[in-house]
Design a protein around this ligand. Structure first.
Ligand code: INI
Length: 166
């Protein structure tokens, strides 16, 4: 397993389909939330590393920032419908606070992103951390638990390729 991610490696028997992790020729959108920017910048670094390793060309990348995770679904919908990308990876960080605010932000973000991918048919990867502490977020953005930004790009590429085969 690579230190950058904790996703199981794809394996398939003859006759089974699995999306390739080759991003050459794919157009990938990255949306990043500024809230908890210290963490989301680390997720973005992981995402860029994955784009490089998976050979997604610089001209095929579209990167945009939004204020917080709550805004990710709206921007993901616009990008998915633009026809400019084959998949979108969304990066954000929701950390538990004293009130229930984070629960609303995190669940609406997840629900909204799932809705966008189901409605548009464009894969939308959920690279949004929902942690109980800042330290847990650090561990998952390039620490001992890998980098969810890297994973999100890997998922976006694999799903874009799989949809072409289905
Ligand atoms: N946005 C986040 O991305 N993470 C958080 O932890 C967070 N909390 O907990 O407040 C958060 N709030 C802002 C939210 O995403 C919206 O930007 C804001 O409510 C305006 O719509």
């Amino acid at each position: 397993m690579e230190a950058t991610h904790r996703l199981p490696a794809p394996s398939s028997k003859e006759g089974e389909l699995v999306g390739s992790q080759d991003g050459a020729g794919l157009r990938i959108g990255l949306l990043v939330a500024r809230f908890n920017e210290e963490i989301t910048k680390r997720l973005l670094e992981g995402a860029y590393e994955a784009l490089e390793r998976l050979r997604v060309r610089e001209a095929d990348r579209r990167v945009a920032w939004v204020p917080g995770a709550f805004e990710l679904p709206l921007a993901a919908g616009a990008l998915a419908r633009s026809g400019r990308v084959d998949a979108v990876a969304c990066l954000g960080c929701v950390i538990r606070g004293e009130t229930a605010h984070d629960l609303y932000v995190g669940s609406e973000c997840a629900r909204g992103l799932q809705q966008v991918q189901l409605e548009t048919g464009v894969p939308v990867a959920f690279g949004v951390l929902t942690t109980g502490s800042f330290d847990q977020a650090l561990e998952r953005s390039g620490g001992s638990h890998g980098n969810k930004g890297y994973e999100a790009v890997l998922t976006a590429v694999e799903m874009a390729n799989l949809l072409r085969e289905l």
